[in-house]
Design a protein around this ligand. Sequence first.
Ligand code: ADP
Length: 487
Amino acid sequence: MKILMVSSEAAPFAKEGGLGDVVSALSVALATMGHEVRVLMPFYGSLRHRERLQPMPAPFKVSLREEAWARLWQYSPQKNLTYYFIEHDRYFARPELYHNAQGSFADNPERFAFLSRAAMDLPFYLQWFPDVFHVHDWMASLVPVYLETTERHGRLGSSASVLTIHNLAHQGYAPRSILSFANLPDSLYQSDRLEACGGVNFLKGGIYFANKLTTVSPSYAEEIKTPSFGNGLDHVLRFRGGDLIGILNGLDDQVWNPMCDRYLQHHFSRNKLADKELCKADVVSQMGWNPKEKLPLFCAISRLYDQKGLDILADIVPWLIHTMQIRLLILGSGAPGLESHFRFLEQCFPERIKSYIGYSEELAHRMEAGADFLIMPSRFEPCGLNQLYSMRYGTLPIVRATGGLKDSVINYDEATGAGTGFVFQDLTHQSLYSTIGWACATYYDRPKALVQLRKNAMAKDFTWKQSAQRYQEVYQWARESKGLPRA
Ligand code: ADP
């Protein structure tokens, strides 16, 4: 099958969260299965690994209301897989992806309408017509809208679309005038099309028009059909409920693998678990702590926003530190208030908590390998990748039972020794505190059970192979539901 991924992120070139990891790892998995995969994304000012890219000779025209010109760059890391980067300085030269310290960019709707429109023009430029456009989040949500309206009767009428919702909290709002900017008919400004709350909602348009919808875990697919998790679009998702499928993300086994992780000085596996202790000593020493003091190491690696629930953790840190012999390591950035709260806690308890405010791929890997427990008390979590990574590294996740966390972590059963982590239901200070306490007691009092839990977690198969096969089926269903032959 010919598949065109349209995304605002792809690792390792530009990534803010799980979206970038998923797009690249899924593309690699599909290409390895023999599909022809191409990925279109912006050429940001901060694009990494740009030295690998080749410029395409001919200029590229993007047919918005006013035509715009861009330069395309390409990169093929393996057979059947090519990335295309669209360079257009007015929209993408800035280093940040979506926002800077002043907030979200006001022209985000124009920037990503440009990306979606470019996805319509790319097949003609390349003379390569996809069987399926697989588009990701609101930033690419106008692609299905174009395909079912302005492009329906042209050459792209024989392409189907699949929209994956990685996070319903971000929907892309714009004034009505964005429709004419994007070269879309004003008739789409209706409440059963793109209109919402007196403006245009990109994601709503994608949800209405995509041939199939997916989200990144079965539980989240159910949750978003309810008012509590639906972010105002639950009625649209219920309407399209028959076409909405939850597929749990996988992890990139080349990047997240304790046996060959390039950021680690020591490697380990399920059968050579003792060497995990060396990784713990490395990260503990790196924090300036004494590795000979054998305290359980709890960590969190996360964007520091409301969704992640780490404000609840910050609130209980003094209580934890006064009552439990533990160390806590935080890696994250985000809301300034929460960043300074963690910095303040580090100043209060320097022997017990370190807060690394920033982004570090290397430290993330070293923490996943060296920590005993990973804390993810999310308010909602479409899938979550860190708990998958942590289980791969025998680091037991402590998670709230929501979305993909609920689907991927099995709660410890003391009677049988089964389980892959610690799960709690309600996001309250008390339940987070008690669950951390339970993990801490397991560490000190039942070391054999702890080793068994680590082995259980490491035995889980979260690689992309199975999930990529499900996506392949969804692509065929998308074509069938548009009345197109199987590809
Ligand atoms: P989300 O996509 O909501 O941010 P996920 O758990 O799905 O959450 O994915 C987060 C990804 O971003 C993981 O790869 C995680 O390691 C990475 N990450 C988040 N914050 C940081 C940080 N400060 N430094 C390094 N990696 C981070």
